[in-house]
Design a protein. Structure first.
Length: 94
């Protein structure tokens, strides 16, 4: 029952967003720059959508801003902490 509940939670966009925002915060700290992601939607571990993505350099200049990034996930290897993307599409960039 606990595993089933975990699977349902991880498919929830709100939960996915909170997890991804924590990862972005850790990356920001490690890279000494700002990385923010507004919303995340992962569909059956094959489709990933990121909304309001902002990545700045160490001087605070914007490297990437995209209202929406869509990708298809080819391979997920949790043990190796590896994700292989098949496609990467950016929409409404600045």
């Amino acid at each position: 029952m606990l595993v089933g509940g975990g699977i349902v939670l991880i498919q929830n966009s709100w939960v996915q967003t909170k997890i991804t925002q924590k990862i972005a915060k850790n990356l920001s700290k490690d890279l000494q720059t700002d990385i923010t992601i507004g919303k995340v939607d992962i569909g059956f571990f094959k489709r990933l959508e990121l909304e309001d993505v902002l990545i700045k350099d160490r001087l605070g200049d914007t490297l990437i801003y995209s209202k929406l990034i869509r990708t298809r996930i080819d391979t997920l290897k949790f043990k190796n902490r590896q994700i292989v993307l098949k496609e990467l599409d950016f929409y409404n960039n600045r």
